[in-house]
Design a protein around this ligand. Structure first.
Ligand SMILES: Cc1cc2nc3c(=O)[nH]c(=O)nc-3n(C[C@H](O)[C@H](O)[C@H](O)COP(=O)(O)OP(=O)(O)OC[C@H]3O[C@@H](n4cnc5c(N)ncnc54)[C@H](O)[C@@H]3O)c2cc1C
Length: 483
């Protein structure tokens, strides 16, 4: 750590609140700080303003998944009388270049409207482009200037974990960042990792006509998810031509005749696979390196995330953390934003606010989407609930037949003694659009009886949640529509 004395020549500025990072968490905190009238500085570098979600995460990935969904619908709409039409074959019938160009333009517009313009309206917030580094508990150095802060928020996010695979650097690989701005569509792609990012990108490229092999270290995809849903999703992936290799340990990578090669060990058997590109989606690491945190006494956990209390305080009570960099239970755009807002309030208005993560929904944007909120069956049991579950397939949901999409599954987890709804897990087209109903049920500690008083619109896929609840109290085979 440079000694404060050596930095005396540097220009010094004083703020009530200094935010390091200009992503979802940083922005939400800046908006709250502005509302509270605090003299605030927001520092950002690395990714452009807006951070991961708008630039290289949620927005561009969904903008690329949607065209794949459209191509898939052309080929597999299952409507008798309309001949299917496969436009994705070898990428011959559509322009990959145009898809990427449009995706990047959606990103640029969102960044301008939701971040740059918003920042311009915050009268108490000064923006500084540069990398921040603590030189003392109350001083952050940026571009040779010292910012003195009463309170701080660290919201520096996370980045794709560099793979520890022999030869992969030399062979070359993509992360989600490069994969969303390719100039050419790979004809074949080896995806390492079967978590949310691996699954979304595998289906995105497969539906555009790329031959995809998904390499998973685990016995099944989404090992922490509900097995009934994960198995169904895996079945759908395989039907769409995505090859999934389980229990696969990557030994090394190299380049052979212009192709990338990966050597795997699958339960002791050695196998070689080849592709035009390798996409690494094996996890993300918090951006704590180079911030000087160890020197000032901010504690990190074993995964290098900042040890963060539910009230967003770190081990130093005037420094808060929010978003992907913090050791909190979820890493989503929504939680990052909410944590940023609460951290600013707790830092500047002496509140002690925190998030109830159990009622926060999340979604893996495959098609069908995997949306979830609350506890899984296994988690509920581990927490000591005598839990009851019902699993209902979309053959029982009238709207699914109308859409020719019976490939969904819904699972509801309930506390058997109090009948409180503990978890809702849905694999269905557009499941993200209606998981919020499950979130409200959990947030309000609804019992099955209370939940069943509500009337979903007929015919909708949201009705699946009510049908899952009915499965606890009725024989679904004896139900008519809307009963
Ligand atoms: C491919 C992908 C798809 C995703 N899809 C979804 C989705 O659909 N829905 C969802 O809810 N979530 C999604 N996520 C997760 C979501 O994007 C993140 O949880 C969220 O963006 C984290 O926000 P943040 O503010 O913590 O960090 P970030 O948005 O990463 O912002 C941190 C900022 O700080 C900057 N920075 C880092 N170090 C410094 C430093 N020392 N000084 C100054 N600046 C610094 C970074 O460059 C960055 O600009 C996705 C993530 C990925 C990778």
């Amino acid at each position: 750590m440079p000694k404060a004395g050596k930095l005396k020549r540097l220009f010094m500025k004083a703020f009530d609140f200094v935010i390091v990072g200009g992503g979802a968490a940083g922005f939400a905190a800046a908006i709250k700080a502005d509302e509270l009238g605090a003299k605030t500085a927001m520092i950002n570098a690395g990714l452009p303003l807006g951070g991961t979600c708008v630039n290289v995460g949620c927005v561009p990935s969904k903008a690329m998944l949607y065209p794949g969904e459209i191509l898939h619908l052309f080929a597999k709409h299952n409507i008798k009388g309309i001949p299917p039409c496969d436009l994705s074959k070898n990428g011959q019938n559509f322009s990959f270049h145009d898809l990427i160009e449009e995706e990047l333009s959606i990103v640029a517009t969102a960044r301008m409207e939701k971040y740059i313009h918003v920042l311009q309206q915050l009268s108490h917030v000064s923006f500084i482009e540069g990398m921040g580094r603590f030189v003392s508990p109350h001083e952050l150095e940026v571009n040779g200037t010292i910012l003195k802060g009463e309170k701080f928020l660290i919201a520096t996010g996370s980045k794709a974990e560099p793979p520890l695979i022999d030869g992969i650097k030399e062979a070359g690989f993509l992360t989600h960042v490069e994969a969303l701005s390719l100039s050419q569509q790979p004809r074949s792609l080896l995806v390492l990792g079967s978590g949310p990012v691996g699954l979304e990108f595998a289906q995105m490229f497969a539906r555009l006509g790329t031959k995809v092999v998904l390499v998973s270290r685990r016995e099944r995809i989404l090992p922490n998810g509900e097995p009934e849903l994960a198995e169904k999703l895996e079945e759908i992936f395989q039907e769409e031509g995505i090859e999934i290799l389980h229990n696969a340990i990557v030994l090394k990578a190299n380049k052979v005749d212009g192709k990338k090669k990966i050597v795997l060990s699958i339960q002791g058997e050695i196998r070689e696979i080849f592709g035009d590109e390798i996409l690494v989606a094996t996890g993300k690491i918090p951006n704590t390196k180079g911030l000087g945190l160890e020197d000032i006494g901010v504690a990190l956990d074993a995964k290098k995330a900042i040890v963060t209390q539910p009230t967003l305080e770190t081990s130093l009570s005037h420094i808060f953390a929010a978003g992907d960099v913090a050791s909190l239970p979820m890493r989503l755009e929504t939680t990052a934003g909410k944590e940023g807002t609460l951290a600013a309030s707790n830092a500047l208005a002496a509140t002690k606010l925190s998030i109830n993560y159990r009622s926060v929904p999340g979604t893996i944007f495959t098609d069908p989407q995997y949306a979830y909120v609350g506890l899984t069956d296994e988690e509920a049991q581990k927490q000591g609930y005598a839990c009851a579950c019902r699993v209902v397939d979309f053959g029982k949901v009238p709207k699914a037949a109308i859409l020719r999409r019976k490939d969904g599954v819904v699972k509801m987890v309930v506390d058997a003694s109090s009948q409180e709804i503990l978890g809702v897990h849905v694999l269905a087209p557009h499941a993200a659009e209606f998981i919020f109903a499950g979130a409200l049920a959990i947030q309000n500690k609804m019992t099955l009886e209370k939940f069943l008083e509500a009337l979903p619109v007929f015919p909708t896929l949201s009705e699946s949640l009510k049908i899952a609840a009915q499965a606890f109290v009725t024989d679904l085979g004896k139900l008519s529509c809307c009963t």
